[in-house]
Ligand binder design. Sequence first.
Ligand SMILES: [Zn+2]
Length: 213
Amino acid sequence: MERRMVKFYSKENNKLAMHAAQGHFATSNSHINYYIDVTSIKTRVREAKEAASILSARVNLMSYVDTIVCMDGTEVIGAFLAELLEQRKVLSTNTHETLYVVEPELNNSNQIIFRDNMRDKIAGKHILLLLDTTTTGETVRRSVEAIRYYGGIVEKVVSLFSTVQEMNGMPIDTIFTAEDIPGYQAYGPQECPFCKKGMPIEAMVNGFGYSKL
Ligand SMILES: [Zn+2]
């Protein structure tokens, strides 16, 4: 897979690139013709910082942020983003004048949960939700649902890559869009033209990466 990866640079920042490989892949909710890999943005400190800086500029300073909820291994970016928002003096209701950066847990049924020791970082807090790649918005929907269940107020949703502009009325602010990858397509599993032609799925992909079938 690595050999087939092509780099696509951000129009906003030429130090930031995502990798993508063409093929036939399945996420939990869709089939896609490009596997998108933002691992380097999530794990290389310099790139994570650049991504955080783009996202930080998109946060309206009139809105409140108390907690950043990081999905799909985006904590490094989340920590830099929190620091930048503190420097920009974003409004917060936290008494310690510092933001929380948290990662939820997934239970055996793949539900998003927060344990008792994490709940005070969510309940009554203004939340910025951070995700890596959003193709159908299903993870956004589930995350927003879970945050609201634990009493959090979702103020903003940001993603590194997204093909969806909004989910249930919640806008999704993203660094990369499908337009950054010429020919990118996502299909419902029933409508996938590759499946209709009998082409095998190459790999299952999710926020952690890919695994060959
Ligand atoms: Zn397919």
